[in-house]
Design a protein around this ligand. Structure first.
Ligand code: F0G
Length: 461
């Protein structure tokens, strides 16, 4: 099938700039670090600096209409919920050459039961787990993988707690590239590992944690011509901005008061923050939501960095949490995340393993579901409401980052009461029991099923 290209508004020129020393470079090093000071790079768009006139082709009202109209187009580049917003993304030589699985276009759901539990009038979830490979990673991967192919790479690579590798492997396969995955042995969920295998990745399980995989990979990319697709790659961040753009579109461009995001390597919070700040600069919105970042207690590098070092220097930790996606102790994008917290006035909070599991079951009971790392958002929100940081009548959106089916092991163990067994959980036993719904083994008889149904009907749901 051939596709016609519609006339396009001008797309701005993008530059790579170091977030620390400001050095601008035409081409990134293999590790995407500044060659001057070693810090991370970000993409800046010429003509978008504070106080500059609206750049040509970036009229907010016209673009809101164009972006909406593209939803009815059959062009792959318009069907993608990322490339639909290409005027605020880095330009490609040929838009028709993107690697897309029609990512983005994810739903914004209301969570009525969770709202009541948290003590809010209304609560929404932007479910990025509804992306093609089941996580938000796809929104960044379509951009960075397309860049890799444009630059002629045969191999792409990442270190991962599971979702990045699943996403990368899929986009590499679609784009005719090969992929090398480094994962910590025994520490990623089967769902995610099975995706990487099925999409054809060369998958290496290393006897270390995620941070160790990242260290090894940084050496590999300096020795071999493989393209790094972790979120230190600023093109990933650009694609992940579109989660925020789409959210605003779904809210008729009225920003919510709060957006709550899980924090691992801190690429996603940085990306969403960058989007909100840029859209305010460009006149799409007049106020910013407060972006709050929630971590697991056992992987709380950002929380400690903010509380013990005022956001000035990273305090790495030895990470340990059952929410394996965010089992990260040395987050690469911590400086970008600190800037987002400071620019939007958001909070950082940490939550326990029991709080994560309860929140996950509560999101599930609203008929939505998510993976454990995503559930930190609701667990953290409850604390932010109790602290008075989030007010009962404020509008709040949780960013659910991964699909429920990513980690069925966790879910089964929770409901079968295997996750928190032992006397140390005695205190929490009754709150846990209220959410646990273990399968019931019965004889194959209608009588026993009917009796069980009647008993269940007599209890509150
Ligand atoms: N939620 C899920 C489901 C994730 O997979 C991740 C990160 C995060 C939250 C945290 O996002 O790193 O941008 O702060 N997963 C990465 C991976 C690290 O390898 O899949 P972040």
């Amino acid at each position: 099938m051939t596709h016609q290209t519609s006339p396009e508004p001008t797309v701005p020129k993008a530059q790579l700039r170091c977030i620390e020393c400001g050095l601008v470079c035409a081409k990134a090093e293999h590790d995407f670090r500044c060659r001057n000071c070693g810090d991370l790079l970000e993409i800046v768009y010429l003509g978008w600096s504070a106080g500059s006139k609206q750049p040509a082709g970036l009229d907010a009202i016209a673009l809101k209409t164009l972006w909406r109209a593209r939803r009815t187009s059959r062009l792959p580049v318009d069907e993608s919920g990322v490339w639909r917003f290409r005027e605020v993304l880095p330009p490609l030589a040929d838009w028709n050459n993107v690697i897309t699985l029609r990512e983005g276009n994810t739903p914004l759901y209301e969570l009525p039961a969770c709202a009541r539990i948290a003590g809010l009038r209304q609560l929404y979830a932007k479910h990025q787990g509804m992306n093609p490979t089941g996580s938000f990673k796809d929104t960044g991967m379509t951009v960075a993988a397309s860049m890799a192919r444009q630059e002629g790479f045969r191999w792409v690579t990442c270190a991962s707690t599971g979702n990045t590798s699943a996403s990368m492997a899929a986009y590499a396969a679609r784009g005719g590239m090969r992929s090398l995955v480094l994962i910590p042995e025994g520490k990623i969920s089967w769902g995610k590992l099975s995706q990487a295998l099925d999409y054809g990745a060369l998958t290496c399980e290393l006897k270390t944690d995620f941070d160790g995989c990242m260290r090894v990979l940084n050496q590999v990319v300096r020795r071999m011509p493989v393209y790094l697709l972790n979120s230190v790659n600023p093109y990933r961040i650009e694609g992940q901005k579109t989660g925020a753009i789409e959210l605003l579109e779904q809210c008729d461009w009225r920003p919510p008061d709060h957006v709550i995001v899980p924090g691992g390597n801190l690429g996603n919070s940085s990306a969403l923050g960058k989007a909100f700040l840029e859209l305010k600069e460009l006149g799409f919105i007049s106020a910013l939501p407060k972006i709050s970042i929630i971590q697991a207690e056992g992987a709380n590098a950002l929380v400690r960095t903010m509380r013990e070092a005022g956001g000035k220097k990273l305090i790495p930790v030895q990470a340990e949490t059952m929410a394996s996606a965010i089992r990260i102790g040395n987050p690469a994008s911590w400086k970008k995340a600190v800037r987002v917290l400071e620019a939007t006035g958001g909070a950082v909070e940490q939550v326990s393993e029991v709080e994560i599991a309860l929140a996950k079951a509560e999101i599930g009971a609203d008929g939505i579901g998510c993976e454990p790392a995503s559930a930190v958002t609701l667990a953290g929100l409850k604390k932010l409401v109790q602290q008075g940081f989030v007010k009962p009548d404020e509008s709040v959106v949780l960013i659910l980052t991964g699909h429920l089916l990513k980690d069925p092991d966790f879910t089964l163990k929770f409901h079968r009461c295997d996750l928190f067994a032992g006397p140390e959980y005695e205190k929490e036993a009754s709150v846990l029991a209220a959410q646990q719904r273990a399968p019931i083994k019965l004889d194959a008889s209608a009588d026993t099923v009917v009796r069980t149904l009647k008993e269940a009907d007599a209890r509150p749901s």
